[in-house]
Design a protein around this ligand. Structure first.
Ligand code: GLC
Length: 533
């Protein structure tokens, strides 16, 4: 891909999310590590990946597997060392690949020295670094906010007699982003990593960091709210999406832009309306990319997804660049969730993901169509999974990568029991798919290389195209037509004259299309049109 634009790697390239504990284990303890990621850079380069996002690798007691940080500028001992992270960044750069880290500014671990100091006494100089409040006169929590992980968002600290806020686990106290010292400390953390060559951050629950100063009660949901908001049981009006979050984002943008090349800021913007999503891009002076949870939470249906993509485009306009992802460490894997185990549907979904206008993120294993792994009650490690068993949990999408059909799955040594159980690596693995031109892995790689080869696929405008019900079709730029049949019934797309460049059924590659593109159920095709329009 020609790099005339220094932002092309994240705008136009395909990015890849790694859950470090589950990617590759080089020291035989059953837990993946940083050296394991470095060891697989050639595989990612072969696939055509331009940047990797690592879930947290900083020091953590692992109440929430890295998302409870106890030291923001040191590497978790079990995952590696700072030197090994430097090495990963350097080796990735040799392959024209950038490294994005996870930044968790909403909360720390309850064992972070800042919190230990904060909770030590009401007069502690760090008291105000966290959100402390008195109980209501009847002894109930300061307000009605609920934690994203269930239960009240407040815990009473007996020793000092006040409640502290935690929008997640009680082991994850929320920082007070009204405090100027907190802001200054995070400036320092950003610079620490940018100075080491980190290309940017994925910022955890970025929409929630600033809370209402008066800690007002949240209102109830209404019938018009997105289903996800209804599940939360209240609108997060006062502990999320406060106007002042944008001041912090502009501040971080200025830091990111002071580096050459500019660093990228990607937010976990877990919001359910398009205008709010768009607001996180600011006037081009806030986030570069804002993750789209309306997309991930939509069903794999043409009308639904088309609606999400078109509404996103309208809200973002020309200036803000969309980003698409079909799964991550908090959501069931799309080959299970969306495709229900149907490999044709998985192929159609991959084609869609990699050809929409916008940045694309794959979650490790997506490239081979890795499904969820069933995790028995005794093996559940996700605190959310423990709390909500058997209804919900996040371990099924966090199990070790399937590199090969050998014992240990190429993830760890033969005979070692991994931290989370293996899925069926005999059925789905990199080694066997790599040399099979008809595999999901080959399809993923070929779609990425087609994207690299055709500027229309990377930058071209998106225009909707009429097709039979169940089919979602669009043009990219002047010469590319993409059509995916998200139904089980055969269907057609009229007015298509050209050549199939890639079909989800590879036997159709290079096939001529003369007027009507016919698709079987769950089939997709990228067509190079004869005539520009
Ligand atoms: C984000 C992370 C999730 C974590 C939570 C609390 O949603 O993606 O894994 O549990 O924040 O940090």
């Amino acid at each position: 891909m020609p790099d005339d634009d220094p932002a092309a790697w994240w705008r136009e390239g395909v990015l890849y999310q790694i859950y470090p504990r589950s990617f590759a284990d080089t020291d035989g303890d059953g837990v993946g590590n940083i050296a394991g990621i470095t060891a697989h850079l050639d595989d990612l380069a072969w696939l055509g990946i331009r940047g990797i996002w690592l879930c947290p690798v900083t020091v953590s007691p692992d109440a929430d597997w890295g998302y409870d940080v106890a030291d923001y500028t040191a590497v978790q001992p079990g995952l590696g060392t700072l030197d090994e992270l430097d090495e990963l960044i350097a080796r990735a750069a040799e392959r024209d690949m950038r490294v994005i880290l996870d930044l968790v500014p909403n909360h720390t671990s309850d064992r972070h020295p800042w919190f230990l100091e904060s909770r030590a006494s009401r007069d502690s100089p760090k008291r105000d670094w966290y959100v402390w409040a008195d109980a209501k006169p009847d002894g109930s929590p300061p307000n009605n906010w609920t934690s994203s992980f269930g239960g009240p968002a407040w815990t009473l600290d007996e020793a000092t007699g006040q409640h502290y806020l935690h929008n997640f686990l009680s082991e994850q106290p929320d920082l007070n982003w009204w405090n100027e010292d907190v802001r200054a400390e995070f400036d320092r953390i950003l610079r620490f990593w940018f100075d080491r060559g980190v290309a940017g951050f994925r910022i955890d629950v970025v929409h929630m960091i600033v809370k209402d100063r008066e800690l007002r009660d949240n209102p109830a949901t209404t019938d018009d709210d997105h289903w996800f908001v209804k599940v939360q049981g209240q609108r997060r009006t006062y502990n999320s999406c406060r106007p002042e979050v944008h001041d912090v984002l502009r501040r971080w943008r200025a830091i990111a832009d002071s580096y050459d090349p500019q660093r990228v800021l990607i937010g976990e913007t877990h919001v359910f309306d398009y205008q709010t999503l768009a607001s996180f891009y600011g006037e081009g002076d806030e986030l570069d990319l804002a993750f789209n949870f309306m997309f991930i939470n939509a069903p794999l249906e043409s009308d639904e997804l088309r609606g999400v993509v078109e509404s996103t485009a309208t809200a973002l306009g020309d200036r803000s660049w969309p980003v698409w992802t079909a799964g991550n460490h908090d959501n069931y894997r799309f080959p299970s969730r969306w495709a229900g185990g149907n490999p044709d549907a998985t192929r159609a979904a991959l084609m869609m993901l990699l050809t929409l206008r916008g940045a694309a993120f794959l979650y490790y294993g997506d490239e081979i169509g890795m499904p969820d792994t069933e995790v028995s009650r005794e093996r559940i490690l996700d605190p959310v999974g423990v709390r909500f068993f058997p209804v919900y949990g996040r371990d099924p999408e966090r199990t070790p990568m399937h590199w090969s059909p050998r014992a240990g799955a190429g993830f760890t040594e033969a005979g070692v029991e991994p931290w989370l159980p293996f899925g069926d690596f005999n059925a789905v693995n990199v080694a066997e798919q790599r040399h099979d031109p008809d595999s999901i892995l080959s399809l993923t790689r070929d779609l990425i290389s087609l994207r690299d080869a055709i500027p229309d696929l990377r930058r071209g405008a998106h225009t909707g195209v009429d097709a039979d019900p169940g089919v979602w079709a669009w043009r990219r730029g002047e010469r590319v037509l993409v059509a995916v049949n998200l139904s089980g019934a055969a269907a057609t797309v009229p007015g298509a004259r050209g050549t199939v460049r890639i079909g989800t059924r590879r036997g159709r590659d290079d096939e001529r299309v003369d007027g009507t593109l016919r698709l079987d159920g769950w089939e997709g095709a990228v067509v190079w049109l004869d005539d520009p329009r």
